[in-house]
Design a binder for this molecule. Structure first.
Ligand code: ADP
Ligand code: MG
Length: 251
C-alpha cells in the first residue's frame, strides 16, 4: 500500500486552474521530488495534502485514510511540512521552536503515550534532551538558546525542518528547502535529508526549483507545468523527457 495516494485532484481559484487532474503515489519510505516552473501548482499540491484549502475535486488518501476533507487535522495523522517562505516562531529560542511541536504531538497522542509509558511524565529534562538530539542532526544545538530570528538564513531553513520532524511525522513535505542556500549549504542539506529519511524511516516529498538537487536526492520524480503532471519517472527518465526539457527551456 502506498503511504499517500492522490487521485484526479483539481483545484480552481476563481478562474485559475491551479491543479488539473493530478495523480501522485508515494511509496512508504520513498524520497520523491516534485518539480516544475514557477506557478506550476507545486505548493498548491502541498496545500491540498495538508488541508489548507479543500480541493475542487479528487481524493487524497493517506495511510489508508481518506483525508480529502479533513482540513487542519493532518498533523495528527502524521503529516508535517515546511513552507516556501520560512515560518518559525522568530521570537522564541531555537530550542523552544523544536519543543513546541513536540508538545503538540504529546497532546495529540495521549492514549498512545499512555500505552507506551506517558512521555509527558518524563519531565522537562528528558524533553529537552530529545529536542537537543534533534537539533544535533542539523548542527543547530550550538544555537539552542539563540532567538530563531537571529540565526543566519540557511540555519533558519534547517530549523524549520527540525521543527517539522519534532511532530514525529510519517510523511515530511519540504517546500523548496534549498531556496536561497549557497552551494555548500545545499550539499549539506542534501546529505541531511537523506540521513533523516533513513534514521526516522519516514517518507519524504519535496518540492524544489533546483533540478540538480532533486536529481541527486530523489528516486522518483513528478514534473508539473500549468497545473498538470507532465512527466513521472526516475531522474534518468525525467532528464531525457522532451516535455520536461521544453517546460524548463520555455520558462
Ligand atoms: P508553484 O508552487 O508551483 O510555484 P503555486 O501552487 O503556488 O505554484 O501556484 C499555482 C497557481 O495557483 C498560480 O497561478 C497561483 O497564482 C495560483 N494560486 C495559488 N494559491 C492561490 C490562492 N490562495 N489564491 C489564488 N490563486 C492561487
Ligand atoms: Mg511554490
Amino acid at each position: 500500500m502506498n503511504l499517500l495516494s492522490i487521485k484526479n485532484l483539481s483545484k480552481n481559484f476563481g478562474g485559475i486552474k491551479a491543479l488539473i487532474d493530478v495523480n501522485i503515489e508515494l511509496k512508504k519510505g520513498s524520497l520523491t521530488g516534485l518539480i516544475g516552473p514557477n506557478g506550476a501548482g507545486k505548493s498548491t499540491v502541498f496545500n491540498m495534502i495538508t488541508g489548507i484549502y479543500p480541493p475542487s475535486s479528487g481524493t487524497i488518501t493517506f495511510n489508508g485514510v481518506n483525508i480529502t476533507t479533513k482540513p487542519y487535522k493532518n498533523t495528527k495523522l502524521g503529516i508535517a511540512r515546511t513552507f516556501q517562505n520560512i515560518r518559525l516562531f522568530k521570537n522564541l529560542t531555537v530550542l523552544d521552536n523544536v519543543k513546541i511541536p513536540e508538545h503538540l504531538h504529546v497532546e495529540y497522542g495521549i492514549l498512545s503515550s499512555f500505552l507506551q509509558g506517558p512521555k509527558y511524565l518524563k519531565g522537562e529534562k528528558a524533553e529537552d534532551n530529545e529536542a537537543i538530539e534533534l537539533l544535533k542532526i542539523f548542527n543547530l544545538d550550538k544555537f539552542k538558546m539563540n532567538l530563531a530570528k537571529n540565526l543566519p538564513y540557511g540555519e533558519q531553513r534547517k530549523l524549520e525542518i527540525a521543527r517539522a520532524l519534532a511532530t514525529k511525522p510519517l510523511l515530511l513535505l519540504l517546500d523548496e528547502p534549498a531556496a536561497g542556500m549557497n552551494p555548500q549549504e545545499t550539499k549539506e542539506l542534501l546529505d541531511t535529508v537523506k540521513f533523516v529519511r533513513d534514521k526516522f524511516n519516514i517518507t519524504v516529498f519535496l518540492i524544489e526549483h533546483d533540478m540538480s538537487f532533486v536529481m541527486e536526492l530523489c528516486e522518483d520524480i513528478y514534473v508539473m507545468d500549468y497545473g498538470e503532471i507532465i512527466a513521472h519517472g526516475t531522474p534518468d527518465e525525467i532528464k531525457r523527457n522532451p516535455k520536461v526539457i521544453a517546460a524548463y527551456l520555455g520558462e
